[in-house]
Design a protein around this ligand. Structure first.
Ligand SMILES: [Zn+2]
Length: 393
């Protein structure tokens, strides 16, 4: 038992199992100078596993310093692999839920709007997107006259926005009060049982088993498996109708329908509480040596005077650098997103460059932050005449 309360189920039966102090409270916020990046607000992270529902949360999380403004640059839409994935999930949702002209799709936490725009372009449906980090100038679409965007956090004041399809992608993991949030979503749907719900978020099972510590960072205060996510939905008035994993098993996908009151588990994939408990214990046992091993690798490269470049400047890169404390062992950080070039990594101080900068830097090693982009990056390096040692996390 601990002093902490599970934000998903209210239990105090939490096991604390991983701790990183003084990490930047944001990893995707654009910072204009090295000094600003180094002075970036920091917070502590300590993960607690709930023995009752399997939910994992940062028990040290403080929502106050969070600032999701338009300077927040989370989009992966500059990668062809990601665009293909986005189109595939849109077509899947359109087909399953018969999205068409006359219907409305609402996306909570729509970011720069790529999913909603794609969904509405391909279905003919109207769309409403809500996100404090939305940038109107990024939406150039033939569906623009059917789309409405609200630059704000989702909250009770938007309960009047009624839709046939409600989606929420890569947002719940940023939300601290997850039970309150799901109750709000359920209340705002009201007595409209036909509404289809689609959620997508990172899979904690993969983070635990790899172990992928670079996917643990301050912005993500909430971590779910298929089972713990389903338990939260079932306890807040939803029937979970479909569960699966996507994007090389990096993401959890959940579909649900609103119902009256809690529901009982009925999908095989929900039954993972004992398994997750074992994975948490395993993570706790191996994470220390794993961090030492990786830090040792970067230290060896530096000792051998090898120039190391990181490809990817998102949250994974920030987490890798701040968890291992290797900012001075990384010669360059590059990213294909042009909006990030010339900016600096929060908490790390490394400047983000265009991949073209590697032609002059001539790195000996390129570390690919997300292995799913390995082929894309390998081709990119080849086209620049570069043949560094290529390694993925
Ligand atoms: Zn719980």
């Amino acid at each position: 038992m601990s002093d902490h309360v599970c934000k998903a189920c209210g239990s105090t039966d939490l096991d604390l199992f991983y701790k990183v102090d003084r990490i930047p409270v944001h990893s995707c916020l654009m910072v204009d100078s090295r000094q600003e990046a180094l002075d970036f607000p920091k917070g502590d992270l300590e993960l607690g596993f709930c023995n009752q529902c399997g939910f994992i949360q940062n028990v040290k999380f403080d929502p106050k310093p969070q600032n999701y403004s338009p300077a927040y640059e989370e989009t992966q839409a500059f990668s062809p692999r990601f665009v293909r994935f986005l189109e595939e999930i849109c077509d899947d949702q359109i087909q399953k839920f018969d999205l068409k002209p006359g219907k409305t799709a609402l996306e909570i936490g729509c970011g720069k709007g790529e999913f909603l725009v794609t969904l509405c372009e391909r279905s003919g449906a109207a769309g409403i997107g809500i996100d404090p980090g939305y940038r109107p100038e990024r939406t150039v679409s033939p569906a623009a006259d059917r789309l409405q965007f609200i630059q704000d956090f989702y909250g009770p004041k938007y309960c009047h926005l009624q839709a046939d399809h409600v989606s929420c992608r890569h947002t719940l993991e940023h939300i601290h009060e997850v039970h309150e949030f799901m109750k709000l979503v359920r209340e705002s749907i009201g007595d409209r049982p036909h509404v289809d719900i689609f959620f997508e978020l990172p899979d904690a099972e993969r983070v635990l088993t790899e172990p992928a510590f670079w996917d643990i960072y301050y912005e993500h205060c909430s971590y779910f498996t298929l089972g713990s996510l389903s338990r939260l939905f079932r306890s807040t008035g939803f029937d979970v109708t479909n569960l699966w994993k996507a994007y090389d098993d990096q993401y959890l996908m959940l579909e649900a329908k609103p119902v009256d009151g809690p529901t009982q588990p009925r999908l095989e994939l929900e039954d993972d509480l004992a398994k997750t408990k074992g994975q948490v214990a395993q993570f706790k046992a191996v994470i220390g040596p794993e961090l030492e091993h990786l830090r040792g690798q970067f230290a060896r490269w530096k000792h051998e005077n090898k120039k190391v470049a990181l490809w990817g400047s998102g949250s994974k890169a920030v987490s890798l650098i701040t968890t291992l404390k290797i900012a001075d062992m990384v010669e360059a950080v590059v990213d294909i997103n042009p909006h990030k070039h010339g900016k600096f990594l929060a908490g790390c101080g490394n400047e983000i460059l265009s991949p073209k900068a590697l032609v002059d830097i001539r790195p000996d090693v390129v570390v690919v932050v997300n292995p799913i982009y390995l082929n894309e990056i390998s081709r990119g390096l080849g086209s620049m005449g570069l043949e560094p040692e290529l390694t993925a996390l």
